[in-house]
Design a protein around this ligand. Structure first.
Ligand SMILES: CC(C)(COP(=O)(O)OP(=O)(O)OC[C@H]1O[C@@H](n2cnc3c(N)ncnc32)[C@H](O)[C@@H]1OP(=O)(O)O)[C@@H](O)C(=O)NCCC(=O)NCCS
Length: 160
């Protein structure tokens, strides 16, 4: 059973480690190698402090089992620790992220998922998200703008 709550500064290290591990489980070979090389554990620890306010964590037995980051109508990050995948934590987190987007007054939520990330795409489709097409997603890494081949997925909120 997972408990959802807003992230606090005490969670920053756990979020960064989980984000780093999950990123490297899903993306190498599907994004520019330069981006993969730049996604060090230190880079994630540097990114998290500015994102605590956007972040919701799922806690299982007192430990962070997953998190989302939501910005406006974008569900920007969805990450579940390897040991909790397939457990339902991802569903609880994603449904909550959609509620946050709805509470901010949006009729539709969107996210970018890397084209080659089959597991995540399968998960989103199973949760009713639609693949709206190619989205060359720009990410800044080492001062350079790199493009990850992504798909734009959307979830219609007001339909329900
Ligand atoms: C994406 C993520 C949150 C999904 O949560 P999850 O708990 O793993 O979801 P599920 O176990 O329900 O897996 C989704 C589906 O993918 C299937 N699947 C599992 N491994 C797979 C693989 N390697 N390739 C393709 N599909 C796979 C599962 O069988 C399941 O299919 P089903 O619906 O037929 O049961 C989680 O896998 C994760 O954190 N991954 C690493 C980080 C990541 O990719 N984040 C998303 C970035 S957009």
């Amino acid at each position: 059973m997972s408990t959802l709550r807003p992230a606090t500064p005490d969670d920053m290290s756990a979020i960064a480690d989980l984000w780093h591990a999950g990123w490297h489980d899903a993306h190498p070979g599907h994004v520019p190698d330069e981006l993969t090389a730049s996604r060090t554990v230190g880079e994630f620890h540097a990114r998290v402090p500015g994102r605590v306010g956007d972040t919701t964590v799922a806690e299982v037995d007192g430990a962070v089992a997953g998190f989302t980051m939501v910005v406006g109508d974008e569900v920007e990050q969805v990450y579940v620790a390897a040991g909790h995948r397939g457990s339902g934590v991802a569903e609880v987190l994603l449904d909550h992220a959609v509620r946050r987007v709805a509470a901010a007054g949006h009729d539709e939520a969107w996210l970018a998922v890397v084209e080659g990330n089959a597991r995540a795409r399968r998960f989103y489709e199973r949760r009713g998200w639609r693949d709206e097409g190619a989205l060359p997603y720009e990410v800044v890494s080492g001062g350079r703008t790199l493009v990850s081949p992504c798909r734009r997925y959307v979830f219609s909120i007001r339909q329900e």
